[in-house]
Design a protein around this ligand. Structure first.
Ligand code: GLN
Length: 484
C-alpha cells in the first residue's frame, strides 16, 4: 500500500477495498515509527487527520469522491492551515496557529484529501540542506548521515520514506527540485502564477511558487489538477482556463526536441551526476527524442543575481515579524524599539539574519542602482536566453544539482558553497518558467541523482508527459530507501 500510486489509492478507496481512516492510521503508525530518526515532520495532529479521514469516508460512501478524496498528504510548514501550527521552520512562528487556510490547503481540503501533518523545512525556506530549520535537521532516508536537500527537505524525506502518499513543496530558487533530486523523488515547480501564493508565507514574492512532490510524474499531474487555478486573493495568480495536467501523459515522445545547454554540462557537475544524466538523455533518444545543443549564456549569473534579489524581497517580507502581531516576542525589553530588536534578534536564525542584512544593504540609498537595479536587468537577460532557446527546442534538460546529497554539516560554515548547490535551478525561477526533477539513477555513495526538465511557460502538461514516458521505460522512480 505504501508503494501504491495516487491513482491506485483513489481506486482502492472508491472501491471500498480500504477506508481513508485505515489508510491514514497506517501512515500515522509508520510516521510514529520512523519520524524520530528522520525528523521529516514538525507538527502532527492525528485527531485532525483522522477527522478528515472520517469525513472523506463519508463522502466516498455518498458517491461524491474526487480523484484525491481520502488520500493522506503532507503539507510543507510554509502553508497556513487553519488550526494547525504553521512555523515556517522558525522560532519566530513557533506558536503561530493559523486562523485561515492557504489557497493550496483549501484546494486539498475541498478535494477531500487528508492532511497528515506539516513537514520540516529550512527556516523561512532559506537553505539547500534543511540545516537552517529551528526544529533540527532532516535526515536523508537513503543515508541518515546526509542532508535531504532544501528547503522542502522534510517533504522530500517524507515522500521518499513513504511517510505520506505525496506532499507539497515550494520553490524560490530550487527548493522543490533540489530536495526531490537528493531524495530520489519527483517534483514540479510550476510556471510562476499558476498556483496561488495566498497563505503561503512569503520569502521572495516574485520567485516563490508552490508545487507538488511525489513518487511519479503521474502523481504530480493529479496533484496539479487540484493545486493550480486562478485565485483572486493573489494578485500574481494567472487567470487561465482550467486544464487537465494528466491529459498528455500517454503521448509518445517521437520528434521531441530536447535542448542541452552547454553551460549545464561544463565543469562543476560531479562525474557521477554527469554519468546518470547522460544515460537518461540516451534513454530519451531511444524514446524518439532528438537532441539540440543550446546555450544559456547568462545562466552563470543566476546565483549572484538571485542572491541580490531574493534577500532584497525577503528583507521587506520579513519586516512583518516584529513581535507585535504574531509569533515570538522577547520576554524582556525596555521600550518599543528594544522589543522589536530583541524579538527579531532572538526569533530569527543566522541564515535569515544574513539574508535580511544583505537585502537591506542592496536596497539602501546609494547601493540600489549598483546592485538591485543591475540584478533586475540581468534577470531579464536570463529570461531572454530561455526565450531564444525555446525557438529551437521543446524542453531543456540537465542536472538538477551538481552533486548527490552531501553530508550533514559539510557545507555549514560556507554559505557560498551552499548557495552554489542551486546553480542549475535558480535561473528557472528568475525567468518564471516551470521546472521539474525526476530520479534518473544513483551516483557514488549510492545516492539518488535528479534529471532536471525545464519547460516553456505553461508547458507543465508536456513536461509531465516527458517525465511519465521516461518513468514507463525505467524504474528509478520506484526505488525506495532500504532498511526503514
Ligand atoms: N536554496 C535557495 C535559498 O536558499 C532556494 C531556496 C528556495 O527555493 N526556497 O534561497
Amino acid at each position: 500500500m505504501f508503494e501504491s500510486s495516487l491513482k491506485q489509492l483513489g481506486d482502492a478507496l472508491r472501491a471500498k477495498r480500504i477506508s481513508s481512516v485505515e489508510l491514514t492510521q497506517s501512515y500515522l503508525d509508520r510516521i510514529t515509527r520512523l519520524n524520530p530518526q528522520l525528523n521529516a515532520y514538525i507538527t502532527l495532529n492525528p485527531e485532525m487527520s483522522l477527522a478528515q479521514a472520517r469525513a472523506a469516508d463519508a463522502r466516498i460512501a455518498a458517491g461524491k469522491a474526487e480523484a484525491l478524496t481520502g488520500i493522506p498528504f503532507a503539507q510543507k510548514d510554509i502553508f497556513c492551515a487553519q488550526g494547525w501550527l504553521t512555523t515556517c521552520g522558525s522560532k519566530m512562528l513557533h506558536n503561530f496557529a493559523s486562523p485561515y487556510d492557504a489557497h493550496v490547503i483549501s484546494q486539498f481540503n475541498s478535494a477531500g484529501a487528508v492532511n497528515l501533518g506539516k513537514t520540516n523545512m529550512d527556516e523561512f525556506a532559506m537553505g539547500s540542506s534543511n540545516e537552517t530549520s529551528y526544529y533540527g535537521t532532516v535526515k536523508n532516508p537513503w543515508d541518515t548521515t546526509r542532508v535531504p536537500g532544501g528547503s522542502s527537505g522534510g517533504t522530500a524525506a517524507a515522500v521518499a520514506a513513504r511517510l505520506c502518499a505525496a506532499a507539497t513543496g515550494t520553490d524560490t530558487g530550487g527548493s522543490i527540485r533540489q530536495p526531490a533530486a537528493l531524495c530520489g523523488i519527483s517534483g514540479l515547480k510550476p510556471t510562476y502564477g499558476v498556483v496561488s501564493r495566498y497563505g503561503m508565507i512569503a520569502f521572495a514574492s516574485s520567485l516563490d511558487q508552490a508545487g507538488p512532490m511525489g513518487r511519479s510524474a503521474e502523481d504530480l499531474a493529479l496533484m496539479m489538477n487540484v493545486m493550480a487555478g486562478f485565485d483572486e486573493r493573489d494578485s500574481t495568480s494567472l487567470q487561465r482556463e482550467k486544464e487537465d495536467y494528466a491529459r498528455d501523459l500517454s503521448k509518445p515522445l517521437n520528434g521531441l526536441r530536447i535542448g542541452l545547454p552547454k553551460e549545464f554540462f561544463a565543469a562543476g557537475m560531479g562525474a557521477d551526476v554527469a554519468k546518470a544524466v547522460e544515460a537518461a538523455i540516451a534513454e530519451y533518444k531511444k524514446l524518439g527524442a532528438t537532441i539540440v545543443d543550446i546555450s544559456l549564456p547568462n545562466s552563470k549569473l543566476s546565483v549572484p543575481v538571485y542572491y541580490v534579489l531574493a534577500p532584497a524581497e525577503a528583507s521587506s517580507n520579513l519586516s512583518r515579524f516584529d513581535g507585535v502581531r504574531y509569533g515570538y516576542r522577547a520576554p524582556e525589553y525596555s521600550d518599543l524599539a528594544d522589543m522589536y530588536e530583541k524579538s527579531r534578534a532572538q526569533g530569527f536564525g543566522a541564515e535569515v539574519k544574513r539574508r535580511i542584512m544583505i537585502g537591506t544593504y542592496v536596497l539602501s540609498h546609494g547601493y540600489y542602482d549598483a546592485y538591485y537595479l543591475q540584478a533586475q536587468k540581468i534577470r531579464r537577460l536570463i529570461a531572454q536566453d530561455f526565450t531564444e532557446a525555446y525557438k529551437q527546442c521543446d524542453v531543456i534538460m540537465g542536472p538538477t544539482s551538481p552533486s548527490t546529497a552531501f553530508k550533514l554539516g559539510e557545507k555549514g560554515d560556507d554559505p557560498v558553497q551552499m548557495y552554489l548547490s542551486d546553480i542549475y535551478t535558480i535561473a528557472v525561477n528568475l525567468a518564471g518558467l516551470p521546472g521539474m526533477s525526476i530520479p534518473c539513477g544513483f551516483g557514488d555513495n549510492d545516492m539518488p541523482v535528479g534529471l532536471q526538465i525545464i519547460g516553456n511557460y505553461f508547458d507543465e502538461a508536456r513536461m509531465l508527459n516527458v517525465a511519465h514516458q521516461y518513468q514507463l521505460a525505467t524504474d528509478w522512480h520506484s526505488r525506495a530507501p532500504q532498511g526503514l
